[in-house]
Design a protein around this ligand. Structure first.
Ligand code: C5P
Length: 237
């Protein structure tokens, strides 16, 4: 299911949305769970489509739901929907495969971070455009972090001042992301991890509290409240 790239930007956003979401409890695939009456994926795509840099959106959906997801999202924005894979990185690779070479910047954004604001997409895209190979939005780590043994005995305390919690969208020069995926033999939980393995620098920019990953039931409750907080960079409704 393909929609043509538009001329309005230089960015393709790849949205892995094929996960089951078992940590949320039984129910639909995570991206199709409802937040304020709409699937997480609809919230995510609405914000992506409102980002001026974005020319193309590619969603990797659960294979059984490709047609339904295309129908669902076509009412929100022009999207291309592909079948995702068994692992997140396979879903990203399947979506990346349909991004045309003329789009020089690719952002990878988890559907589970469905409230990531327009301002965050624009910040990440702008940093790639200004010359970075790979860009990740990060937040400082607020909890004290302990390293533990298998029996849950504390081995030591990690210096949290050098730690960052990493969000999406993560942005890349398209050839760098393609090379990283081609070279990545082992599993990685984020795409910047594959770029790190190529030995290339990954640049951090400030993340957003709104870009929390909806993983546990309590995250849905928090996200329902966050929906009432406006994104200062969003176009007027
Ligand atoms: O499982 P996790 O929360 O890390 O998933 C992050 C994102 O990757 C989610 O948006 C999920 O739908 C997506 N994913 C995917 N294909 C998989 C597993 C996860 O697209 N096989």
């Amino acid at each position: 299911m393909t929609a043509q790239p538009s001329a309005r930007g230089d960015v393709a956003v790849v949205v892995p949305a094929a996960g089951a979401g078992v940590r949320l409890g039984p129910g639909a695939p995570k991206a199709l769970r409802l937040l304020d009456g709409e699937p997480l994926l609809v919230h995510a795509v609405r914000r992506i489509a409102a980002s001026p840099s974005v020319a193309m959106i590619v969603v990797a959906a659960p294979p059984a739901d490709v047609d339904a997801v295309h129908t669902l999202l076509s009412a929100v924005a022009p999207v291309t929907v592909v079948a995702g894979g068994a692992e997140r990185q396979e879903s990203v690779a399947a979506a990346l495969a349909v991004v045309p070479p003329e789009l020089g910047i690719v952002l990878v954004h988890d559907a589970a971070r469905c409230l990531a604001p327009v301002s965050l997409f624009e910040r990440v895209a702008a940093t790639v455009r200004s010359g970075a190979d790979a860009v990740i939005p990060v937040l400082p780590v607020v909890d004290t972090i302990k390293e533990v043994d298998a029996d849950e005995t504390v081995r030591g305390t990690v210096d949290r001042s050098v730690l960052r919690a990493v969000q999406t969208p993560q942005g890349f020069r398209a050839p760098v992301l393609r090379a990283a995926h081609a070279a990545a033999a082992d599993a990685h939980t984020d795409d910047a991890g594959a770029v790190e393995k190529l030995g290339l620098p990954v640049h951090c920019v400030p993340g957003s509290d709104l870009a929390l990953k909806i993983t546990r039931p309590i995250d849905l409750a928090l996200a329902t409240h966050l929906l009432t907080i406006p994104d200062p960079a969003a176009p007027p409704a």
